[in-house]
Design a binder for this molecule. Sequence first.
Ligand code: CA
Ligand code: CA
Ligand code: CA
Ligand code: CA
Length: 380
Amino acid sequence: MRKNILIVLSVLVLVTLTAMPAASIGDYVWNDVNKNGIQDDGETGINGVKVELFYGSGNCYMESNECASRITTFGYGKNGFYVFEGAPQDYLYVKFNLPEGYVFSPKDQGSDDAIDSDADLNTGLTEVFYHGTAGDLTRDAGMYRAEVAPTPAIDITKYTNGDDANTVPGPSIPVGSTVTWKYDVVNTGNVPLTNVRVTDDIIGDICTIGDLAVGETKSCAKTGTAVEGQYSNIGTVTGAYELRMITDNDPSNYFGTTPSPGTGTPGYWKNHPEAWPVDSIMIGGITYTKNQAIAIIAAPVKGDKTYTMFQALVSAKLNVIIGNPDSCIADSITSADAWMGNYPVGSKVEGSSQEWKDGEPLYIKMDNYNNGLLCAQHRD
Ligand SMILES: [Ca+2]
Ligand SMILES: [Ca+2]
Ligand SMILES: [Ca+2]
Ligand SMILES: [Ca+2]
């Protein structure tokens, strides 16, 4: 009950107020701006607060088979109003449910129960009181917005070509192509920040953002040219709240790759002598000139598998020499070289022989490699 109720009553709501049923319990939840627990002039009601009524036993007061509750609203000339009409004559208490972000005012301040707060600071419960026939509109709750401690915080996410890429190796990027680093900065605290700027441990200054409001995001970007191998850099943001400095950092990575030239088959190496990276090649411990090797590749096989193995091995070796990855084929090349050491070109190994049973798996592996089916793509 507000202390200026008489003024209100006399001016506006005489008729409605006097119509309030007897034996009502109410009636007010207010914004106690000065936090003193007293309903002062100028302090206004808070609508939308849930209020419940209980018996002293702890059982709720029932209406229509449900626990009775009210939501504070405008009524009888004021906001923050609630009333339980026709409440029972019994020992009762009221529960005020604190809205998010509010705290209760101190209870039972001063000597006038009509203008104080009655909610327990922790539970929101009034004390148990006996409710007679007269009604009781002194069951009020003061509350105010809780002060939140300033918590400056900032977050940076750094991307390489759109990839957060926090762990190595990160995306593969062809050497010489453009790399774009993006730095997203968010004010994740509850206070605005000043002097926000972004640097990079490799590139240096990235940008000056300046002021950054709570929840605001700003982005900066920088471009460069991809270099070979593993590249890692870390973006760092700094900002200030009053005299406090805050910072965050985030890495990203890429791996600069040189595109492999692609593999060729025996047919390719036979028809493109200009593409050979060497003038001679050693097969099975014997050195062949380029022309000799091409002549052997071109020669009819006539059922002699040594020619088949020779073609595949020369091609595989050339494909590795020109820069194709060899992790999948190096062992097979070594074994095929040893096989050719035992069975040189022209030694007439037949397809049905044990020798070819030993050699054929090596041949198949190299043939797949030369056709771009293993760890290197075909040159086409
Ligand atoms: Ca007050
Ligand atoms: Ca009181
Ligand atoms: Ca009161
Ligand atoms: Ca990152």
